[in-house]
Design a protein around this ligand. Structure first.
Ligand code: AMP
Length: 214
C-alpha cells in the first residue's frame, strides 16, 4: 500500500507510522528523519537543509523532492511506502503524483492548543529514534525501549514551534483539499483523504487509522 500521513507537527505521525508501517509491511519514510541524518553525516543535502530545520522553515521543494525521488526508487518501496512529513506543499504533492502516487492520505487531526505542550515535552531517542512525552517517562534522559540517551530536538523550542505551525497552516493545510480532489489542477481523480482524530489515546488512534484504510 502507498500511504501518506498528513497532520501538523506533534500530531503523532511519527509514533503512529512506526506501528502502521510494521502492520502493513511497508517502509516508514520520514523526511524529517532523513534530513536530521543528512545533517549529522554532513552530506551536501544536510549542509543545505540545516538552516531551514534550525529555523523551523520548510526545506526548498527542489531539495526535498530530489531526496524523496531517490528514496522511493529503492528496492524496499516496491510494495509501497508510508510517507511521514512529505508532501508538505502542493508542489511536492504534485511531484509525488508524478513519481509514485499515494492511494490513501491519512490526516491526523489535533487542535493547535494541544500541539505546543506535546512538542515542548517531546524527547527523542538518539539510538532507536523512538519519541516519548516527558509526562510518561520515569527517567527523562533514558529511552524506556532500548536504554539509549534521550534528547530534545532543537526545533522543539517554543519560538521555532510557532514558525513550524505557521508553515503547516500556510503551506501544508491546502493539501487537505488537494487530496479530497477538489482543487485544480487534478493529476489524480477522486477523494484519497481519510480524516482521523489524533487527540485521543495512541492505541485508539492506531485502531482508527487501520479502520479508515479498510
Ligand atoms: P519533522 O521531523 O517532520 O517535524 O520535520 C522537521 C523539519 O524538517 C521541518 O521543520 C522542515 O524544516 C524539514 N522538513 C521535513 N519534511 C519536509 C518537507 N516535506 N518539505 C520541506 N521541509 C521538510
Amino acid at each position: 500500500m502507498k500511504l501518506i500521513f498528513l497532520g501538523p507537527p506533534g500530531a503523532g505521525k511519527g509514533t503512529q507510522a512506526v506501528g502502521v508501517s510494521a502492520h502493513l509491511g511497508v517502509p516508514h519514510i520520514s523526511t524529517g528523519d532523513m534530513f536530521r541524518s543528512a545533517i549529522r553525516n554532513e552530506t551536501p543535502t544536510g549542509l543545505e537543509a540545516k538552516r531551514y530545520l534550525d529555523a523551523g522553515e520548510l526545506v526548498p521543494d527542489s531539495v526535498t523532492i530530489a531526496m524523496v525521488r531517490e528514496r522511493l526508487a529503492m528496492d524496499d518501496c516496491k510494495n509501497g511506502y508510508l510517507l511521514d512529513g512529505f508532501p508538505r506543499t502542493v508542489d511536492q504533492a504534485m511531484a509525488l503524483d508524478q513519481i509514485d502516487p499515494p492511494e490513501a492520505v491519512v490526516d491526523i487531526n489535533v487542535p493547535d492548543e494541544r500541539l505546543l505542550s506535546r512538542l515542548t515535552g517531546r524527547r527523542v531517542c538518539g539510538k532507536c529514534q523512538g519519541t516519548f512525552h516527558i509526562s510518561k517517562l520515569e527517567d527523562e534522559h533514558t529511552c524506556p525501549i532500548c536504554g539509549g540517551e534521550l534528547y530534545q530536538r532543537n526545533d522543539d523550542q517554543p519560538e521555532t514551534i510557532a514558525t513550524r505551525l505557521k508553515a503547516y497552516h500556510d503551506s501544508t493545510e491546502p493539501l487537505i483539499d488537494y487530496y479530497k480532489g477538489v482543487t485544480e489542477p487534478r493529476l489524480i481523480e477522486g477523494n484519497r483523504l481519510k480524516t482521523v482524530n489524533g487527540d485521543t489515546k495512541p492505541e485508539d488512534v492506531f485502531k482508527n487509522i487501520l479502520a479508515s484504510l479498510e
